[in-house]
Design a protein around this ligand. Structure first.
Ligand code: BGC
Length: 926
């Protein structure tokens, strides 16, 4: 054992409150002890936990490291991958033994073992070596499995039934067809050792096996351009099969394939929903069997009369088919299925996270604004559906209308849903208590207006189910200012409500589409949700939705083919860049490099002398819309060129990187020459124009100083109100902070009059609104385009994490952190964390009796620059030990290696671990 380390360990037990460090002098550690200095955890493959059915042949493996020591880091790793759990337990890696790889890399490590055949199960574990070259124990085992790697392996046929007749209420414009029930009985002579179901659909499918739903997914396979590709998922059903008769089945709804989409109506991709299912069985004696969807299946129609994403579900429980998914069911009056599909998409493994139920909310209030009408309030706006529980006579019809707000008379406001009927109907079976949830729809709502409930109905009759892509929450933020904390909470709700297979604009009206202005929301999203898998999936949607000339579209998957627009199409560059920046993901960039780079050609074709023509939506829904469109477009052109240079560099394409850097400089110069007046005014003197110029670093230092003053003046001119729209709001706070005007940023939360974030709260918002004036004293905005769950205007979340808490990174992947909180305004404290790809980064500060007290958590295997505020001379202590006094660093505290002054901050270099600093003389007084 290295003596220096022993010294550190000794000191650590003093500095970290006497934690018992268990290293013996010989350096031999027991397996529980080994876990203490550094332990790999949270193993992920392609961003997912234990994913089944991948078709990437070199999946990327990542883990985080935990340690109860400071300044710990991985110096080497070893990965074992085996085709069975028992081999892995014996450390017999028949697929890959990476050996000891001297490297600190714990993210995106590519599998480099034997070529992986279709359907292989890959059990894996990892161990790491710490700074003193001590090995950790092996991690808990994790798993991924391969899917069907070639299209030819699909022996299954597309099946469905084409003679469904509509019998539901429709939506006034369209009729909806019933969901199709499909089944196949088969016999097994022996119990399988392993069974995996590979399944997809044109529509949305719910697989069933021997009487129960398979898996926990909803709305699978999600939305892709079904002309090009459709995604399958794999389900391990080993324990669900019997010796003797078994029944495989599925219920098939319309989904995005056949359902109502935007103003287009139904059948965008096809008129006939279809299932493709293939069940692979492996037996202990080495034999195999495959059950596939084919002409031998039968199909019928049951209680689901309508199943549409916008319209809702209509379910007549009197038509339930008992036992349809079990062996022995008499399907003699079911018909043979229809075969074949009108599209021929590639069938690929789903890279995204499945949609699942992620929570439940009890009724917060139940009112009866009119006789026979009950209104259930769930206290906040979200996406999902409800579970109905009641006892009523057969034929009782319960009609549930979903909405986000109330009318003055207490009924539910639904004008803003436009053509989305957003109504579920349940017709009772009668007899005992009945429980029902829809399975093929979702709604964006806070309120449900219900007709037809029996008189004994109460708050428990209806319970809300929150649903969306099953992504891990990554952050939390709160502070002493209720306006800021509630704004963050409302944006969190909205971000989550809009992650349903893809990033949607809103979850309630007849859109719910992948509008490509989402890049404005992506940074805020990733501080709140681990959306990497969803965004990886969406990147392919973006690529698939390009115009023939390669230009990125306004919506992906595209439905309208609206013309190219700056501010929208930029997702094609900014989404992969963000994934590169946050997750150190170069894979996606490499895969789509040409398509991404093509975005710069789209700009070039629409510009003259590096200034882009005034096209597109401009700063959509800004109160005055005055920021010139050419300014907006040129600023984004510059940003994309800058980012492209970074991406090219990341891939080692140095020549291209310097060409993009040169392009960036030219656009920047053109921006300055075109949009900055001699007196320093930028564009129309709007907040948005200054925000873009400052946040994108388009100005020279002198120009930036002027712009900062003018931005502060532009806010003052509006009396502290916002005049930014969807494109520039997310840049405003970062621009102010970057320009050294953090106080002005905090002041934006000091008002609660229109338009401001405080105004939303003043008007009772429980989520973020699409328009600043979505609701005024006069009532709701008259336009039907009035969502109460739109994230773009609430994108201050990024600033809350990055500037208020100060959680930032100086390199891709959050391996080198910059922790730089910016206290200000009248904030007394702020606290929160971000679960980065390397693990939890915590920041918790308080101003107490003139002292700035800051508790932080830096994940193992990362280092941080800690930037502490000071106004004049300060003394800084860490857990009672002085680390900075009289303008100099005092060494001796474990984990802190150096410090220096940087204008109004002291910057300390720190290794991983938890620290508690107190700064005396910071001059902070909330
Ligand atoms: C969508 C927005 C979108 C905009 C573009 C709206 O209907 O909800 O999110 O960016 O249209 O015009």
């Amino acid at each position: 054992m290295n003596l220096r380390i022993l010294g550190w360990l000794g000191m650590a037990s003093v500095l970290m409150g006497g934690a018992a460090w268990a290293a013996s002098e010989s350096g031999n550690l027991s397996s529980t002890e080994t876990g203490r200095h550094l332990a790999p955890a949270q193993l992920r493959c392609e961003y997912l936990k234990d994913p089944l059915g991948l078709d990437t042949t070199h999946p990327r493996l990542s883990w985080i490291l935990t340690s109860n020591q400071r300044a710990q880091a991985q110096t080497a790793y070893q990965i074992l991958v085996a085709a069975s759990e028992s081999l892995l337990t014996q450390d017999r890696a028949d697929l890959w033994d990476s050996g000891k790889v001297v490297s600190g890399q714990s993210l995106q490590v590519e599998y480099q073992g034997k070529a992986l055949a279709s359907r292989t199960s890959c059990y894996w574990k990892v161990r790491v070596w710490d700074k003193a070259d001590r090995p950790s124990a092996w991690s808990q085992p994790a798993l991924w499995s391969m899917g069907l790697l070639s299209q030819t392996e699909w022996a299954a046929k597309w099946i469905g039934r084409d003679d469904g007749q509509s019998s539901g209420p429709g939506n006034g414009r369209e009729q909806f067809l019933p969901a199709t029930f499909l089944r196949k009985e088969f016999t097994l002579g022996k119990r399988p050792a392993k069974a995996v179901l590979y399944l997809t659909s044109l529509g949305v499918a719910e697989p069933h096996l021997n009487g129960d739903k398979v898996g926990e997914d909803y709305l699978s396979p999600g939305w892709t351009d079904f002309h090009q590709r459709v995604y399958y998922r794999a389900y391990d059903v080993t324990t669900r099969l019997n010796v003797g008769s078994n029944t495989l089945g599925a219920v098939l709804g319309d989904g995005w394939y056949r359902g109502h989409l935007s103003i287009i109506g139904q059948n965008l991709y096809g008129k006939q929903t279809r299932l493709l299912a293939q069940l692979h069985l492996w037996f202990a004696d080495g034999s195999t069997q495959v059950v596939v969807s084919d002409a031998t299946w039968k199909g019928g129609f049951g209680p689901i009369l309508e199943a549409d994403l916008y319209a809702g579900e209509t379910y007549d429980a009197r038509r339930e088919i008992q036992g349809w998914d079990q062996p022995g069911f008499n399907d003699s009056d079911w018909k043979s299925v229809d075969l074949g599909a009108s599209v021929n998409p590639a069938v690929e493994a789903n890279p995204g996270a499945p949609v699942r139920r992620t929570g439940e909310i009890p009724t917060v209030a139940l009112t009866h604004p009119k006789p026979g009408l009950a209104v259930f309030d769930y206290g906040r706006n979200f996406s999902g559906w409800t579970r109905l529980r009641l006892k009523a006579p057969a034929g009782t019809r319960v009609v549930m209308h979903f909405g986000e707000m109330l009318n003055p008379d207490g009924t539910v406001y639904r004008k803003n849903l436009r053509a989305a009927r957003a109504t579920d109907t349940y017709v009772c079976r009668g007899g005992t208590e009945e429980t029902w949830e829809p399975r093929f729809t979702y709604h964006g709502f806070q309120y449900v207006e219900v007709e037809g409930l029996p008189t004994n109905a109460g708050p428990n009759t209806l319970r809300a189910i929150i649903a969306g892509s099953d992504l891990a929450p990554t952050g939390n933020f709160e502070c002493s200012d209720p306006i800021i904390t509630r704004t963050a909470a409302n944006e969190r709700v909205t971000i989550r409500a809009n992650l349903v297979d893809l990033p949607t604009d809103c979850p309630q009206r007849d859109e719910r589409m992948g509008w490509t202005d989402y890049h404005e929301v992506v940074a805020s999203t990733l501080y709140e949700q681990d959306a990497a898998s969803l965004l990886t999936k969406w990147m392919t949607d973006l690529v698939d939705a390009r115009f023939p000339d390669g230009a990125f579209s306004q919506i992906a998957p595209d439905v309208h083919h609206f013309p190219w627009s700056p501010g929208w199409a930029d997702s094609g560059v900014l989404i992969p860049w963000t994934l590169y920046w946050v997750y150190a993901d170069t894979h996606l960039v490499a895969r789509y490099y040409r398509e991404i780079a093509g975005h710069l050609d789209s700009y070039k074709a629409r510009s003259q002398g590096f200034v882009v023509h005034p096209i597109g939506y401009g700063d959509w829904l800004a109160p005055d819309m005055s920021t010139p469109k050419d300014l907006i477009a040129t600023a984004l052109y510059a940003r994309c060129a800058e980012v492209m240079a970074e991406l090219a560099r990341a891939l080692g394409k140095t020549d291209e990187a310097s060409a993009f850097a040169t392009l960036h400089r030219s656009i920047r110069t053109a921006f300055q020459q075109t949009f900055i007046a001699p007196d320093g005014t930028i564009g129309s003197d709007s907040q948005g124009g200054y925000a873009m110029a400052l946040a994108f670093d388009l100005l020279d230092p002198e120009q930036a100083r002027h712009a900062a003053d003018k931005l502060v003046a532009a806010i003052a001119k509006k009396d502290g109100h916002l005049s930014t729209g969807m494109v520039t709001t997310h840049l405003l706070l970062p621009a102010l902070s970057r320009a050294g005007c953090t106080e002005a940023a905090y002041r934006l939360f000091a008002t609660s009059s229109f338009p401001s974030w405080g105004y939303f709260l003043h008007m009772g918002a429980t989520s973020m609104w699409e328009r600043w004036d979505a609701k005024t004293e006069k009532g709701y905005h008259p336009d039907g385009m009035n969502s109460f769950n739109h994230a773009n205007l609430g994108t201050c979340t990024e600033w809350f994490y990055r500037s208020v808490l100060g959680i930032d990174s100086t390199e891709p992947g959050f391996g080198k952190l910059l922790l730089r909180p910016e206290p200000g305004g009248h904030l007394r404290w702020a606290k929160g964390y971000y679960d980065s790809p390397h693990g939890r980064i915590g920041s918790d500060w308080e101003i107490k009796k003139g002292q700035f007290i800051w508790k932080i958590q830096i994940p193992a295997n990362t280092t941080a620059t800690l930037s502490l505020p000071r106004h004049g001379p300060v003394t800084i202590q860490e857990n009672g030990h002085t680390v900075w006094a009289h303008g100099a660093f005092r060494p001796g505290v474990l984990g802190l290696s150096s410090a220096k002054l940087n204008t109004d901050r002291v910057e300390i270099q720190a290794g991983s671990g938890s620290y508690r600093f107190s700064v005396t003389g910071a001059g902070l007084n909330p």
